[in-house]
Design a protein. Structure first.
Length: 574
């Protein structure tokens, strides 16, 4: 039982008994008071009236009128204060005798009779006073008995609390004090053993956990800990990537030399300081401490920092550190480590690759165009007749050259996007015209597979702010992919609607859909879903994403395996 519960029960019971004692005392005091009031009201007043009547009877000869008036007043009071047995008869006899006296005021016999009847009334009330006094005494004795019984119970409860309660509290405290003294003297194996299910049991558990941790710390090799700390500091300082460590309150615990170089501060200016304080004066620290809101489909962009005498690129990674303290079940957060991985060399290689692709793509466009021109000349009847086999070869070469031209065009678009040289011609565009243009562009391709193109649009849609050519290119790319991956005699739906001041373009197919494991990679460069037709470069959706996001739009997809796919993009309405 909890100590608090014990105290509540003990004190509550004592309070209840004191309340009962107070009620019993009040009851019997009230009873005695009532009996005393009966004596005063009923009997003492009658004696007072009788005394006044005797005095007025003696004064009849001296002042007859005044004496008779006083007698009548007291007789009237007595008639209204008859309380005892026989008092009624004696009072009425007194009234009759007074009438006789009033007729003959010198009648001594009547006066004697009146005195006799007054004395009888006084005797009755004196006997009643004695009787009621005995009742009051008996009530007082009964009250004393019950008060004594209740007081004794209160005393026993209070004595039990006095004897047991201090021991229940003092004994565990004394044992805990002795254990603390043992711990203070270096005996870390000391434990307390009262494990009751109360506050002292919780205290004992916490104390034993503390003692266990102290024993673990005492048994550890402090020199080894110090050596390991120095080795860890040296290891961190010799890493080529900038590293900053923070505790769970945001205080910087350590920072290596590479990090100090890029933030342009000294170690003593950083270590021990709140990171939030440093963000007020250092823009790089502000960028490092910024919480990034990333979802599974959005990757964080590299940070461009001037380091090593040139613009360098770093990829930020925040590692959350958690531990499970000894003797506890819950893991706790002890801080974060910010790591900046230097990816400058990879960025430079990526730029070199992009420039190479752009150069090669540009150089390939000329010979491919020449091949297409030569094919047109071969197909011209004026050049000469060709047989069926030659015509098949020309068609094959034309198809391959068209594919090569498309690939080089996509590579050029991608290189422009990656180098930031793409030029957007943002203007007010009509979404209905854009959908019509895109569906007309793929109409022949859809008819070859007997695919029905269904356009569903809302009425009175606003115009959009977009690059008409590049946005139409994205929509055509969506439709081309949908036709490629849809079966014959199927249906493709193009939807156009508004949503939160944006116009939404959707292309819905009934193909085989996309597995969940590939959804996050659909818009990556060069990615093609395993098992799909390898007819392209895997750049179309990546370029589409860059086009839409460059126009402050949003692009995405929804798909269920076996139920088809929905590709969409949203652009701001005018």
């Amino acid at each position: 039982m909890k100590i608090k519960t014990k105290l509540n029960l003990g004190v509550g019971l004592l309070f209840l008994m004191i309340l009962i004692l107070a009620l019993v005392s009040s009851f019997y005091i009230f009873s005695i008071k009532k009996d005393t009031e009966n004596i005063l009201k009923a009997n003492y007043n009658t004696l007072e009236y009788s005394r006044n009547m005797l005095l007025s009877l003696d004064e009849i000869n001296a002042d007859e009128e005044k004496a008779l008036t006083t007698f009548e007043i007291n007789l009237t009071h007595q008639l209204s204060n008859i309380t005892e047995t026989g008092e009624d008869r004696a009072t009425h006899n007194l009234q009759n005798s007074y009438r006789l006296l009033k007729k003959n005021k010198t009648d001594e016999l009547a006066k004697n009779q009146i005195r006799k009847e007054i004395f009888e009334i006084m005797k009755l009330n004196m006997n009643a006073i004695k009787k009621k006094s005995d009742i009051a005494n008996k009530t007082a004795e009964t009250g004393n008995l019950w008060i004594a019984i209740t007081g004794t119970l209160c005393f026993l409860i209070a004595f039990n609390l006095l004897v047991n309660l201090p021991n229940n509290i003092a004994n565990p405290l004394r044992e805990l004090t002795e254990s603390i003294q043992e711990i203070a003297s270096g005996n870390y194996s000391e434990r307390v053993h009262f494990m009751d299910h109360n506050e002292f049991g919780d205290l004992a558990k916490s104390f034993n956990t503390m003692a266990e941790k102290l024993q673990e710390y005492n048994n550890s090799n402090l020199y080894k800990l110090s050596f390991e700390k120095k080795r860890l500091e040296t290891l961190i300082n010799n890493m080529h990537d900038p590293i900053i460590g923070l505790d769970n309150k945001g205080v910087i615990l350590f920072v290596n030399d590479e990090a100090l170089k890029i933030i342009g501060m000294k170690s003593e200016e950083v270590v021990g300081q709140l990171a939030e304080t440093l963000t007020l004066t250092n823009d790089l620290m502000k960028s490092l401490m910024k919480k990034e809101c990333e979802n599974e489909n959005q990757k964080s962009l590299p940070m461009k920092i001037f380091a090593d005498g040139k613009e360098s690129y770093f990829e930020k990674e925040i590692v959350n550190i958690t531990i499970k303290p000894t003797g506890e079940d819950q893991t706790i957060n002890i801080g974060d480590v910010i790591i900046l991985r230097n990816i400058t060399i990879f960025k430079e290689l990526d730029f070199a690759k992009t420039n190479f692709i752009a150069t090669v793509s540009h150089e390939l466009k000329t010979p491919i165009s020449s091949i297409k021109l030569s094919l047109q000349l071969l197909e011209n009847d004026q050049t000469g007749l060709i047989n069926e086999e030659q015509k098949q070869l020309i068609d094959s070469i034309k198809e391959d050259s068209q594919r090569l031209l498309k690939i080089t065009g996509e590579l050029l678009e991608l290189s422009q996007l990656e180098t930031g040289k793409i030029q957007l011609n943002i203007d007010i565009s009509n979404p209905y015209e854009m959908v019509h243009y895109a569906t007309e562009a793929v109409k022949v391709q859809a008819e070859q597979k007997h695919i029905e193109l269904v356009v569903e649009t809302e009425e009175n849609l606003p115009n959009i702010k977009a690059d008409n050519e590049k946005t139409a290119w994205v929509l055509i790319n969506f439709l081309t992919n949908a036709i490629t991956y849809s079966s014959e005699n199927s249906k493709i739906i193009v939807k156009l609607n508004s949503e939160n001041n944006k116009v939404v373009f959707k292309v819905i197919d009934t193909g085989k859909g996309i597995d969940n494991q590939y959804k996050a990679k659909v818009f990556d460069k060069y990615f093609q879903i395993p098992g799909s037709h390898k007819s392209g470069t895997g750049l179309g959706l990546a370029i589409s994403k860059e086009f839409i996001e460059a126009q402050n739009g949003k692009i995405g997809m929804e798909s269920e395996l076996g139920l088809g796919s929905t590709f969409y993009f949203k652009l701001n309405a005018v």
